[in-house]
Each structure stands twice: as structure tokens, then as C-alpha cells.
Design a protein around this ligand. Sequence first.
Ligand SMILES: Nc1nc2c(c(=O)[nH]1)N[C@H]1C(S)=C(S)[C@@H](COP(=O)(O)O)O[C@H]1N2
Ligand SMILES: [Mo]
Length: 451
Amino acid sequence: MPVDHDDFDGADLRNEGAYDSVRFSQWRAGRARTDGMSRRALLRAFGGAGLGLAGAGTIAGAARPARAAARPPAATPGTAPVAAPGPIIKPLPPDWFYVYESSTIGANAEMRWEVMKDKGYLVPTENFYIRDHTSTPLIDARTWQLKVFGSGLHGSPTIDNAVTFSYDDLLRMPSATVTSFIECAGNGREFFWLQQDEAVTSVPWLLGGIGVAEWRGVRLADVLDRAGLTPEAVDVMPQGLDPDYVTGGVDYGHVRRPVPVAKALDDVILAYEMNGRPLPPDNGFPLRFICPTWIGVANVKWVGQIEVSATPLFSWWNTLAYRLFGPTYPADGTLITRQVVKSSFELEWDAQLASGRPYLLTGRSWSGNGRIAYTDVSTDGQTWQRARPRDRGLPHAWQRWEIPWHPPGPGAYTLRARATDVTGATQPVTVPFNTREYLFDGTVDHHVTVN
Ligand SMILES: Nc1nc2c(c(=O)[nH]1)N[C@H]1C(S)=C(S)[C@@H](COP(=O)(O)O)O[C@H]1N2
Ligand SMILES: [Mo]
């Protein structure tokens, strides 16, 4: 059975244009090699008849040995940290991150979950995932200004006439702190491919497109109050100072996405600190939105201006992207706001474990709906056991848990974690497909081998 690499790339990436990054295509090629063939190639091999059980089993046995093989290549153990040559500024050592870069998906670095094994509640800033639609800009806080304008303010100031705040103005205002996750709406996307055979067209996150940090800044409500908010305001839209996002030959302008005024006044923070230090450039220096429990893109980085409008606002980020489109959704899609329930082990993918000894499996679960109520873990594909919570969890962040496991003997095992939050929302076995592959909240198969 010939393996059609070109078809693999075409099938998966046809909506995304040319991939120009060496790192990304190497990652992709590595996956294509281990994975063998695309879903489309498989369908074609079976004359379009679909993945018939007997046939697919035979073919999968030869060309696609196991789903477990379709993982990012393991980093060389002990690889020294190196500076990223790409548009993300901080170092991205391969034993800490998977990096996905291209002209259409921007620059993205996924946290490897095994780094959290012995860490505390927060993700250290150096380990935090990064998602840039284009690249990280370097901004001078001394000349930077925040401009607040629009028809939802007294006098309807235009951008040229905006109410302005300097960096020092913001530092002098009363501060507020929140411990909150930021998670990409596409976190877990790769499992639409690995577990549901759906072609994945954007950043192929496993589960590391999330981090929890302590954010300090000023309440957006205070800034809007000083800027002259009126009762007519409906939408508040921050805009980033990073380069315009261009895809498919269309320039969609700077990254910007509105939040309703109710959310803006409730708990949004304009953060200038992350984990007790000024924001690093990659995480939005000098100022970013923190929009607790909402999808990553609502947490706009490098904010230079905020439009406050008496009429609803629109951009690519709330009309064409970050909506759920597909057979089970309305024609114009469903706007995404809050995150869903997810869990991850603090363990490398395809971990190789020694037999004849007990393990303490650890992990974390989180939800955009509120605290986690409990997390169940399965190590045998059949039964579930309640994990022990290691903390109470925070409503805008995660809960750590642990569970002892003594593998019964050598062999291949699939570990699964399934959390339930305080609203009763839990993790299903399969997730209804949406064309942009957001909000994968299904239980994830974590393959390990006990030798
Ligand atoms: N200005 C701007 N803000 C942005 C982005 C961006 O590309 N530009 N990416 C968004 C997305 S999609 C995510 S998931 C988060 C990632 O935040 P982080 O890089 O600090 O982890 O930032 C959001 N804010
Ligand atoms: Mo994102």
C-alpha cells in the first residue's frame, strides 16, 4: 500500500494555504511518516466506502500501526534549551514545548504537560504556552498609550480624540489580581483527528494549549468608568498592536474581538503583570485583556486601543472564526465564549513505564463553568475510579488530582481522565464535529507502555 504524503498534507491543510515553516513541516512530516496515510487516502483506498472494519484493520495494521504512533516525535532527552529563531521571543526548548509555525497559523508553542509534574498550582511563565496569530511585537512602554474611544463613551470620542492612559497612569490606579487560566479555543483539536478521524486544519494542539497564571492589573470597569462609559454601551473591543492577520490573501486587520459590556464590567482585567513580574513580550507586554473562563482569543495581547460602542461590533474573530459551524450548528454558527471541561495527565504522550512498581498518576482538570466537582480516572478501558483532589481548585482555574496505579503487568494501556464540574458538565466519549475544530472536551486516550 503506497503512502501518499502529498495527499496527507493536502487533505489536512487545504484550507490553510502554504506552510512555510521548516519546524512545522518537519513535525507534520514526522507525523505523516508514522501515521502512514490520511483519512482521505484511506477512503480512496477503499473506493470511498469508508473505514470498513476489516479493511481498515488490515491497512491500519500495515501502514498505520497504531494511533499511539501518531504523536509528535519525542524530544531528545537532555536537549539543552535553545533560543527560538522564530517569531516567539522566549526560548522554546524541545523538552518543554511542541512548536507549530506557519504563515497562516502564526507562531504557536504548546506546553508539554510532563513539565507540570512537580510544579505548583501556577504554570511558571517560562513554561506557559504561546499563541500568536502572527508574531510577538516588542513595545516600548514609555511611548505606548492605551486609547479608549467610541460611541459608548460620553461625547463619542473618535480614535484621534481618544481618552488616553499611559503605562504609569495604569500602574497608579487601584490594582486587581486574578488567578485564571488562559486556554486556546482549539486546545485538544488534534484529538478530532487522532480519535474521530476528522481532518484538522489549524494549530494541532494536543492538550498543552492552556496555562494558569496569576494576573495583576486594573479592572476594565475602572478604566471604562474614567473614560466616560454611558449606559448605551453594548460592546467593548480591545485591539492588539501585533501585525495584521492575513490569510487566504485577505487582510483581516489587527487581532480584535468584542466582549459584551456586561462581561467587561464583571471580571475583565487589563493585566500588566503575570506571576508577579511585568508581562513578558510573548504574553502581551505592556497590557493584555484577561477575560476569565472565556476562550483564549478573548484575552487580547498587546492592547493599544479599546473601542466602546453603542452598537454591536464585529471582526473576523467573532464572525468567521471562533464560532461553531457544522452539521449540528446553525448556518451562521454559534459564538464561543466560555471554555468547556477538560483534563490532562502530567505525563508525556506514549510514556514508557517500568513494570513491577506502583505509580502515582497526577493531573489537572478545569472548566469554564466553574470549579471541578470531581475527576474519575480509568486505566483499564472499562472501570473508573475517583481521583484524590490535591487542592480545592479555583473557579477560573484548575484542580490538581492524583491516583495511585499499579500496572498489572507489561503491556499497552490507555489512561483516561474524565472531570465533572459544579454544573454537572462532564467529558463525553465523542465530540460533535465543528469545522474549525474548537472546544474538544472529550475524554482523551493517553497511551502508555509498561515494559
Ligand atoms: N493581539 C493578540 N492577542 C491575542 C492573540 C494574538 O495573536 N494577538 N492570540 C490569542 C489567542 S488565540 C490565544 S489562545 C491567547 C494566547 O495567550 P498566550 O500566548 O499568552 O498564551 O492570546 C490571544 N490574544
Ligand atoms: Mo487561541
